[in-house]
Every structure is written in C-alpha cells, then in structure tokens.
Design a protein around this ligand. Structure first.
Ligand code: UDP
Length: 251
C-alpha cells in the first residue's frame, strides 16, 4: 500500500518514541538546514531495538524525543507506522544516508568525522567513502578510546561539520548529548555498525531481502551472536499489534 501524503503530519510516535515523517531527500534537506545553525544538533537513525530499549530507559527515550531529526532506519519502524493513518513513506537507513552526505541537496559538500568501530575500521571506511562516493572525510578515530576529551579534541581539530558516531546505541547518542556543548560539529549522527559495512567487515543484506523486510534475518544468519538482542524484534511487533491505535500515532 502506498503511503498517502499528509504534509501536515510531521512526526509519529511509535510505542512512545518519536520519528520524523520525512523521505530520504527531505531528511537531507532538513539536515542541511541544521548545518546553518551554529550549535550542535543530534540526529537519530531509529531502529526497532532502539525503540525497545527506550521502553526501559526513560533518559534515552527523552533524548530521542528531543532530537533535532529522527529518521526511520529499519523496516520494522515503517511497518509499525502503517498501523496509523499517516504512515512513513520509506525507510531512511543511516547506512544509505552516509554516502548521500557527499553532496547535500543545495550542492554543499560537508566535512565528516568518522568516530567509532575497531581500530583501523574508520580509516578503511573513510577511504571507501571517499573513493566510491566522493564523501569528504576530515578525520577518523576508533571507538575504543579511554578518554572522552581525546576524542572531542580530535573531532574539533578536524574542523568537521558532521560527526558520524558509530559507537553502538545507546552509547553513541548519549555520548554526543553529554558532550554537545564541547563538540564543534553542527550535526552528530549515530550510525551504529555502518562503518563496519563501508570498511567491508560486515556484508549488507542483498537488495531483494531488504525490500522484503528481511534484513534482520540476513544479519541473524551472518552474526548469530546477535540472536538475544534481536529478540527485541518479535517483542516489538507483539507490542505494536497489542496496543492497536496506541502503538503508532501521529503527533
Ligand atoms: N563500538 C565502538 N565502541 C564500543 C562499542 C562498540 O566503537 O565501545 C562499535 C562496534 O565496533 C561497532 C558499532 O559500535 O562498529 C556497533 O555496531 P552494531 O552493529 O552493534 O550497531 P547497531 O546495532 O547499534 O547499529
């Protein structure tokens, strides 16, 4: 079923967690406008596991609900939105957003800092993103640093416009919120395991599996260690169905 356009509805709430109702192109336009304001803005790429985590962690739920931009990263979020009259038009996965940051809708080319993943991964991801998509990378640092100040100093010295924080949720979002006033970047985006994908460490599910909403199954087969955390997906579906109209509603 194609989503009907209701431009007056700008965000939805799924199990009490807010997500913006924007296409990929609209999200990039919004992101560009955030770059024009001289302060830090938090961008969340929302997945089902994050919504389920937010049920137990009120501080995290508040953080997501106050974020400047929240995009639907996973198929489950779009599925849940279809239960309300104003569904999300499409997924806006963080992993697909990253190469689109090479050139923003007005032609601007922001400078990115890649923070996170195991040593060597951010550098490999940077090389791939620069070569394949023309993304401008201002600096990189792995995500197993001991000293927050060292990471903040590296980000600020690079004079990047956008920070991609790949520290896993909820740490990446909480870390950026805690240091928002110290970070010189104007936008911080939590991107989970995306740097592993661009570094070639983790394979993405084939397109046909993604379009059938089976990306979770591919990840489970490739990384069986994710089984326990992926139990969040059936729990999420059950809660959305049980709550009916309360599960997903327009704001
Ligand atoms: N990670 C990190 N520092 C840590 C813990 C994790 O940089 O202290 C990285 C990890 O190497 C991986 C990413 O965070 O690259 C989390 O990936 P995952 O696929 O679990 O992300 P999510 O499911 O949150 O998108």
């Amino acid at each position: 079923m194609a989503a009907t356009v209701h431009p007056e509805v700008q965000s939805l709430e799924i199990l009490g967690v807010r997500v913006h109702r924007l296409s990929m192109h609209e999200a990039l336009t919004r992101l560009e406008s955030l770059l024009d304001e001289n302060k830090f803005h938090q961008v969340v790429t929302l997945g089902v596991e994050m919504i389920m985590h937010a049920q137990q962690d009120a501080e995290y739920r508040e953080l997501v609900n106050q974020a400047d931009l929240v995009v639907p990263d996973s198929a489950g979020v779009v599925w849940a939105s279809r239960r309300c009259a104003y569904p999300l038009a499409e997924r806006v996965p963080g992993v697909d957003l990253i190469p689109r940051l090479a050139t923003l809708p007005s032609g601007r080319k922001p400078r990115l800092f890649l923070l996170g993943a195991s040593p060597g991964v951010a550098e490999a991801a940077a090389a791939a993103l620069e070569q394949r998509f023309g993304v401008e990378v201002a600096g990189t640092m792995h995500g197993y640093f001991k000293d927050d100040q060292e990471a903040i100093a590296a980000v600020n010295a690079s004079r990047a416009d956008i920070l991609l924080a790949a520290l896993g949720f909820p740490r990446q979002e909480k870390w950026m919120q805690r240091h928002a006033a110290e970070l010189g970047v104007r936008v911080g985006i939590g991107v989970g395991g995306s740097l592993d994908v661009y570094a070639g460490k983790v394979q993405r599910a084939p397109g046909w599996m993604c379009s059938l909403g089976l990306e979770w199954f591919y990840r489970l087969v490739r990384q069986p260690s994710r089984f326990t955390r992926m139990l969040a997906i059936p729990r999420f579906m059950l809660q959305v169905v049980r709550k009916g109209a309360e599960g997903a509603r327009a704001l």
